[in-house]
Design a protein around this ligand. Structure first.
Ligand SMILES: [Zn+2]
Length: 145
């Protein structure tokens, strides 16, 4: 565990580019250089073809809500101030098999529903007792098409 827990470790090589992209307001997912499919978690080999080279690719920012849970108890003390909050599993529009876990924000809990369209927003993660912050991709309701 690093000293800024529960912030993500943005220097860990397999995901450092993901966090660098978020700091620039870009959501990046890896894509296989050999077969062109998206690969998440971002570690080779490609689950589809075994390719060993992945390239970070900027996504559209359109996602759908696959599943979620509402956290009402702070299992870790640093989360107490933000209760209740929603942790969601969101599916990428370009390939719904690619799913990312993040906060769902700007949405009343009672309005959450499966397959709701979401858009990515970039906000700082801040926790009590941790001086640093990290810009992270979070997900908010998108306007219905
Ligand atoms: Zn591949």
């Amino acid at each position: 565990m690093h000293s800024d827990f529960p912030l993500p470790d943005i220097d860990w090589e397999p995901t450092s580019e993901f966090w660098a992209g978020a700091a620039r307001g870009q959501l990046l997912i890896t894509r296989c250089d050999l077969c062109g499919r998206y690969v998440w978690y971002p570690e080779p080999p490609c689950r589809h073809c075994g390719g060993t080279r992945l390239s970070w690719t900027r996504m559209s920012g359109r996602w759908t809500l696959f599943s979620w849970c509402v956290l009402r108890h702070a299992w870790i003390p640093q989360f107490a101030e933000q209760l209740p909050f929603v942790s969601g599993l969101v599916a990428l529009d370009e390939d719904p098999a690619v799913r990312v876990v993040s906060y769902i924000v700007d949405c009343p809990i009672e309005s959450l529903r499966c397959d709701a369209p979401l858009r990515v927003v970039f906000r700082p993660l801040r926790y009590p007792g941790v001086a640093r912050e990290v810009i992270a991709p979070l997900f908010a309701p998108a306007a219905e098409p």
